[in-house]
Design a protein around this ligand. Structure first.
Ligand code: AKG
Ligand code: FE2
Length: 354
């Protein structure tokens, strides 16, 4: 975990009047957001209604996964109250003075806790954001430090959020696999999934805060990356900032729509689908007048510690498996070491376009 105790503390960014050199990113032409199309309509990821999923819904999800690697869902079944509760928990946390937040900093031992974005170490410049990761039960101790009186209530919100998101993630996976003509049973985890011993939690939550920024064009909230997940479900406050990269066209904004959730395909579904589904490259930009909160539910799949490899039914009898098998834990380790080369590191077949 990168150190956050340097002279300019991430916890105080919102009070700065100018951006320090260490936070100034080089802006290039490819960096800018796509202009609206010739029809004047701004193109973005599709919004899919989950209220009554049928064959058409599955097809829409399949198209979105293969073209964008992301989509938004409406009528997803997560209550607005729970979304509001986790958002206000995040606001309360990030509004605390920097010294208080640092008391809950993630230690070397656990990954839960307060800190800079986990991908910071791969970039020369610093990002205009702070976050809190909930990856294992040690987050409870941090909550006790932050809220000696109210931690029980806040822990309850987190647990409910994890349970509800896990259910939604399972539903979404079924739809995504359905669009590829397979089912969860075809993954072949069977018994092993139920009987696995020490478990990595199946999902982690990352609370992100992007303070107001005096020069948003020159700053970066969260640099371009793909998630090391099966899929990620993102709730964003009503301030825009998320952008997804569409191959051969550029960065496209994903503006918040009240109540909707964004679903990003991660690297593990790319592996499982033998490359049919792309994991989406995305980033977060910042805003001059409004701060922004996002809550990412990072989901590793129905079972956290089994082997993940391309589904044989998708490969087909004559096809080739593009990736060797990995566990989620192993993949996270590889990502920590080589970042955006992680998929290449487990590829068995050299990409013909390379
Ligand atoms: O804040 C956002 O919109 C993106 C967050 C994100 O990509 C992440 O936490 O992995
Ligand atoms: Fe992400």
């Amino acid at each position: 975990m990168p150190s956050i105790t340097e002279e300019i503390c991430t916890g105080n960014l919102g009070s700065l009047q100018t951006i320090p050199d260490s936070f100034t990113w080089n802006v290039t032409a490819e960096d800018s957001v796509l202009p609206p199309s010739s029809a004047g309509v701004e193109e973005s990821i599709p919004v899919i209604d989950l209220s009554d999923p049928d064959a058409t819904t599955i097809q829409l999800i399949g198209n979105a996964c293969q073209t964008w690697g992301a989509f938004q869902v409406a009528n997803h079944g997560i209550s607005q109250k729970l979304l509001d509760d986790i958002e206000s928990l995040s606001k309360t946390l990030f509004d605390m003075p920097s010294e208080r937040k640092l008391e809950a900093a993630s230690s070397d031992k656990g990954i839960s806790g307060y800190g800079e974005p986990r991908i910071s170490s791969f970039f020369e410049k610093k990002m205009w954001s702070e976050g809190f990761t909930i990856a294992d039960s040690s987050y409870r101790n941090h909550f006790i430090t932050l809220w000696p009186q109210d931690h029980t209530n806040y822990c309850r919100i987190v647990e409910e959020y994890k349970d509800e998101m896990e259910k939604l993630a399972n539903r979404l996976l079924c739809c995504i696999l359905g669009s590829l003509g397979v089912t969860v049973d075809d993954i072949g985890w069977g018994q092993k999934a139920g009987n696995s011993g020490t478990k990595l939690e199946r999902g982690a939550i990352r609370l992100n805060h992007y303070p107001v920024c005096p020069e948003p064009e020159r700053a970066m909230g969260l640099a371009a990356h793909t998630d090391s997940t099966m899929l990620t479900i993102l709730h964003q406050s009503n301030t825009g900032g998320l952008q997804v990269l569409r191959e051969e066209s550029g960065w496209v904004k994903v503006d918040p729509r009240p109540g909707n959730l964004v679903v990003n395909m991660g690297d593990l579904i790319h592996i499982l689908s033998n490359g049919k589904i792309q994991s989406v490259v995305h980033r977060a930009k910042v805003n001059q007048t409004r701060s922004r909160i996002s809550i990412a539910y990072l989901w590793g799949g129905p079972a956290g510690d089994v082997e993940i490899k391309p589904i044989s039914k998708i490969i087909g009898p004559l096809g080739t498996s593009l990736y060797r098998s990995v566990t989620w834990k192993e993949y996270l380790q590889i990502k920590c070491e080589v970042f955006d080369k992680a998929l290449d590191a487990i590829r068995t077949v050299v990409n013909p376009s390379d």
